[in-house]
Every structure is written in C-alpha cells, then in structure tokens.
Design a protein around this ligand. Sequence first.
Ligand SMILES: [Zn+2]
Length: 148
Amino acid sequence: MIEPEIVKILASKAADICFDELSAHLNDEDRARRDGDRGSLVRLTGEFHLHLVRLTGNQVLIRLMTELQALVCLAILLYANGDDGCPVQEHRRIVTAIKKQDGASAANLMLSHLEHIERDLKLDEKPVLHISEALTWLGQREASLARS
Ligand SMILES: [Zn+2]
C-alpha cells in the first residue's frame, strides 16, 4: 500500500507544506456532494489523492499514482454502490492528521479510508453505468488534469 506511506511522508514535513490548495479542494468536494453531482464528485475525490501525492514532490510516486487513480475512478464509476467513491469527511480527517504532523494517525485513517472504498465496490454485480459513459468521463478527466 502506497498511500498510507504518502500521508506519513507529508505529516513529517507538514511544517513546510502549503495546505491552501488542499483546503480549497475539500470545499469543492463538499459543494459537489451537496449538489448531488456524482460525476464531479468522483473526479474530485480521485483528485484529492493526486493532490496528496503531488505535495510529496516525488515524480515517480506522482506518475504511478496518476495511472492508478484513473483505474480506481473507473472502477468506482462502474461499480460503486454508494453515491460517491470516497466516504464523507474522511478526506478532511486525513488532512487534519497530516497538519498535526501525526503520521501514524494519518496512515491509519488512510488505510481504513481505502478499505471503505474497496467495500463499496461490487465488482461481481452489474455495472451501474455503461462502460461507454465511463470512458467518456475518463477522457474528460484526462483533459481536466492536463489543464491543471
Ligand atoms: Zn478518497
């Protein structure tokens, strides 16, 4: 598992990290959730994980996570049973632990967060979305990442 390590790294250098962008991102997630905008919410919750890895400044990790995240988003769009990929408030708790430089808590929170996402996926059931719609969405995601 890479992501618990990523948040540990971030907690260890939290004093030198600017969290403004991450905080703004959390507000965007809240807004999409309030508006019931599932497509945006899945994209934003996926981007949260990319924001985290970007803050490490490690190019290899960033490339790896960007590829992985595309697959995770696709799986969530097709098979997630709940209304969104990432459970409410868990992202905020992870960021709070990082800011407090509490690497152990941040890593534990990330671990249970990933478990929640996995549990929400019903991979042996019929997809909730047609694959062509999911691929269109994925193309839009790529375009939006290229702009950011
Ligand atoms: Zn998440």
